[in-house]
Design a protein around this ligand. Structure first.
Ligand code: ADP
Length: 593
């Protein structure tokens, strides 16, 4: 991204606060004139005192002079204090408001993105978070720099330079010549640092991703005693990061030294030049201090040039990825406008081919029908493509080829929000939010009454257990066991009460009793609904009205249990293996005895 592009991107966020910007700029202008007063007063004082040395009543006239300059300096300081306060306050206000807007904009935007955006490897949660945080941080720092630091400094420099030229052309020239020299040095410095900076960004992202992944897999790490390996992985990263930081510092310190040296040469030239002008009678002695102070007003902001350059570069690099996230428009979920109040829930997949964005081919030429008022089961080994089918039916992804129809209308034409309102999705591992049990169930229907929530919990066979907890429905849901959390998720779906239900191994983490109870309540709600179930549990599959057997992304067989079993293919293979793993023979013997 170039500075110009960055400016164009950030402009709308700043122009929103036009009054603040104008107020800050106005104060900046007043401030930069006030900043020159010290230099003017000093010249006046030195000249006046030099004159006084030659008159008889020097002391009494000296007092008058001192009172005068004290009043002027104090008055200036008073005005300057107010100006600086206003300038910093308005600048800061602008920064805080822009930061808020940037943060909210990116949150609103990513909520509209397709699932593929979040599952992409580039956007792992840690990386995404660092990118957003750093982006906002550096962009707001840029705004702050510009309106609080840079602008006043540069306004000062320009006004000071104008005063220098007004005093003497050559003095002004020395001040002016310094600018391009500094600029060239700073540019070289920035060029040297450019590559390291980019590397730094990726190191930082990996670092926060590393910490997150350690926290997430802590049980596995500990049980396998892999602390040292994990620690070494991080150490390697830390070492590269440190080496990079040291290189950056070294370069910076070296160039800072060179710049200091150049500046001192400037001071020396000013002293020599002004001394010559004073000695040759073209100027009064006060001019020496006057010029040195003015030169300082010019060089102070230029000294900041590399910081500005650095931060500008930071802003360019980090904001690049921030705006990339913001402008990933192609990721926006598509939505049609079709809504059907009396949805039957009849799905048809015709010649559907689908690959995930990373290129994994998950489904090949899928043709299937899912009819209302019955349970359709998807069976197949892990990785066969079952969950992918549900992802497509939920419009989380779009197939590359083929069509998906619901009640004869393409899924593309459906209003996505409407469609998802009609679907209840229960996954093997359901997401429980950080909140109470009540809040977690209420997610299914935000305006539900407490009675409705209890009713849903009863259907999910969790109500009694909740009641026994000391805090009841106000218990933190994350403290519940996996099986209990699963039933909270099922209660959430019961509360939503949708006409279409997708169950992806819903009872995988439940104990036997809970599985049986849930099975009963699912049986109860399948009436007048479309139910699709993915399951490895024979009992659930046998109960299904129609079964599709998948293997490696293709449908191999379909039919009801008896029909499909008799085909003697994939389904029979999986079914027999499940039965054997359950030790059905011995179980049967137990019952015979
Ligand atoms: P099943 O539900 O039958 O176990 P899936 O539908 O989850 O199988 O997966 C089908 C294939 O798609 C697998 O090869 C899996 O690795 C791949 N896959 C699943 N999810 C993703 C994803 N988000 N990105 C890339 N590949 C994926």
């Amino acid at each position: 991204m170039t500075i110009f592009q960055l400016y164009k991107q950030i402009k709308p966020y700043v122009t929103k606060y036009r009054t603040l910007v104008i107020a800050t700029l106005l104060l900046t202008l007043i401030g930069s004139f006030a900043a020159q007063i010290n230099a003017l007063i000093l010249r006046y004082t030195v000249d006046e005192i030099t004159n006084l040395l030659n008159v008889p009543d020097k002391l009494s006239r000296g007092w008058n002079l001192l009172v005068f300059i004290s009043v002027v300096l104090l008055a200036k300081e008073l005005i300057y204090t107010f100006v600086q306060f206003g300038q910093k306050f308005y600048g800061e206000k602008l920064r805080i408001y822009v930061a808020k807007d940037l943060a909210q904009t990116v949150i609103d935007k990513i909520l509209t993105y397709q699932l593929s955006f979040f599952t992409s490897q580039d956007n792992e949660s840690g990386k995404l978070q660092t990118r957003i945080d750093r982006g906002i941080e550096s962009l707001t720092r840029l705004v702050q720099n510009f309106f609080i630091d840079i602008l006043p400094l540069f306004a000062n420099a320009i006004v000071a330079l104008a005063f220098m030229f007004q005093a003497n052309f050559y003095v002004g020239l020395v001040g002016l010549v310094l600018v391009p020299i500094y600029f060239v040095i700073t540019q070289r410095q920035a060029l040297k640092l450019g590559g390291w900076r980019r590397k730094m960004r990726s190191y930082r992202e990996s670092k926060s991703q590393g910490i997150i992944s350690i926290i997430e897999s802590i049980t596995v790490i500990k049980s396998f005693n892999r602390e040292t390996i994990e620690s070494n992985k991080q150490l390697e990263l830390q070492e590269s990061l440190t080496a990079n930081q040291m290189q950056t510092r070294k370069t910076n310190f070296m160039y800072d030294g060179i710049k200091s040296f150049v500046e001192q040469i400037g001071v020396v030239i000013i002293i020599i030049l002004t001394s010559y002008l004073v000695l040759s009678g073209q100027m009064t002695i006060g001019a020496i201090m006057f010029h040195i102070l003015l030169f300082n007003n010019v060089s102070a902001p230029i000294r900041q040039l590399h910081r500005i350059y650095d931060e500008m570069n930071d802003a360019l690099i980090y904001s690049e990825s921030y705006f990339e996230i913001l402008n990933a428009n192609y990721e926006i979920e598509r939505s049609g406008s079709y809504k059907n109040k009396s949805l039957k829930g009849y799905f048809q997949l015709k010649n559907v081919h689908f690959s995930y964005p990373n290129g994994t081919k998950a489904l090949t030429d899928i043709n299937l029908e899912i009819k209302p008022n019955r349970i359709t089961a998807l069976v197949g080994l892990s990785g066969a493509g079952k969950s992918t089918i549900i992802n497509l039916l939920d419009k989380f992804y779009r197939p590359q080829k083929g069509s998906i129809l619901l009640d004869g209308v393409s899924l593309d034409d459906y209003d996505t929000r409407f469609l998802r309102n009609q679907i209840g999705l229960v996954l093997q591992k359901n997401h429980i939010f950080n909140g109470t049990i009540e809040e977690n169930i209420r997610y299914g229907k935000v305006d539900a009454s407490f009675e409705e929530i209890e009713e849903a919990a009863k259907k999910a066979y969790i109500h009694e257990q909740i009641q026994k907890l000391p805090d009841g429905y106000q218990t933190k849901a994350l403290n519940l066991s996996g099986g209990q959390q699963q039933r909270i998720a099922i209660a959430r779906m019961f509360l939503k009460n949708p006409p279409i239900i997708f169950l992806d191994e819903p009872t995988a983490s439940l104990d036997a009793i809970a599985t049986e109870q849930i099975k009963n309540s699912l049986d109860a709600i399948k009436k007048n609904r479309t139910v699709v179930i993915i399951s490895h549990s024979i009992s659930q599959i046998i109960d299904a009205d129609y079964i599709y057997a998948l293997k490696e992304g293709r449908i191999f067989e379909s039919g009801n249990h008896d029909e499909i079993y008799r085909l003697g293919g994939v389904y029979k293979e999986i079914f027999d293996a499940s039965a054997r793993s359950l030790n059905i023979e011995k179980i049967a013997k137990t019952y015979d005895d």
